[in-house]
Write a protein that binds this ligand. Sequence first.
Ligand SMILES: Nc1ncnc2c1ncn2[C@@H]1O[C@H](COP(=O)(O)OP(=O)(O)O)[C@@H](O)[C@H]1O
Ligand SMILES: [Mg+2]
Length: 308
Amino acid sequence: MTDIVCITDVRKTYDSGFEALKSITLTIREGEILALLGPNGAGKTTLISTICGIANMTAGTITVGGHDTIRDYRAARRLIGLVPQEINLEPFEKVINTVRFSRGLFGYPKDEAHIEKVLRQLSLWDKRNSQIRELSGGMKRRVLIAKALSHEPRVLFLDEPSAGVDVELRKDMWNVVAGLKADGVTIILTTHYIEEAEAIADRIAVIAQGEILLVEDKSALMNRMGQKQMIIELQTPVETVPPALSAYDLDRGPEGTLIYSYDTRGERTGITKLLSDLSAAGLVLRDVQTRQSSLEDIFVGLVQKETS
Ligand SMILES: Nc1ncnc2c1ncn2[C@@H]1O[C@H](COP(=O)(O)OP(=O)(O)O)[C@@H](O)[C@H]1O
Ligand SMILES: [Mg+2]
């Protein structure tokens, strides 16, 4: 798979002296949906802004489709569609003109067939002659996407596409994104909704305080989420894992408990056998609890470690 965006050692210090990006290195693969997941203030918008050339980076290099975003700005920028976090549309303009105008800005010749395709793809065709001010918030967000697609970008950045959008529309937006991916567009979306990253991303990058903490295939993360832990409290707390139970992957937990990790999707969890082997080894159960690690746990754990 080709890398379409390569970000190498990018740093960004704002004029205020605030270091918003601390050496970011990340590659984005052609055709994927990458979710950039992070709490407010993590640096998501700053990172997107540096890639799109809206903010200057203090150090580092970025290429898009092989074009350096500084030396070869126009060529790089042409490949990029940006859907900003804030809605910045002209209220009295008609939907279709808004989209046509955007295409013109990139120096592309008129192409009514393309404009129609984009408007249809976003279910805006029926609204093409409406003024922006007549549209709902969700529809306005669609217009932002249509604008970003007007010049046929290969990489689309969506900055918090479902911020302030209700659950129904959010699902709608996810379908739109899936449709764009099917058309071969590479998509990077920022979000602070774990659920959103979980629903549509192929890969997830977690960012906090200007640093990338993790980049992983979603399925691999989900596999980790499939892990469940059983916390075994014994009548007599143990100092070490009893040798009789060495066949199991047990850890000693707090206060002399034993922790058994197992895969919830495995054919057998091994719990029944473990419990009978426990009692055969002369250990008496007091209590058993289970807990599931979720993407939320992983995320919160990572971000807390970073800020503590
Ligand atoms: N123009 C600016 N000047 C100084 N600091 C800024 C500026 N823009 C953003 N920041 C700071 O940089 C950090 C990252 O902001 P941002 O990239 O918008 O985060 P996110 O999009 O992840 O919420 C925040 O602490 C924010 O206050
Ligand atoms: Mg932001």
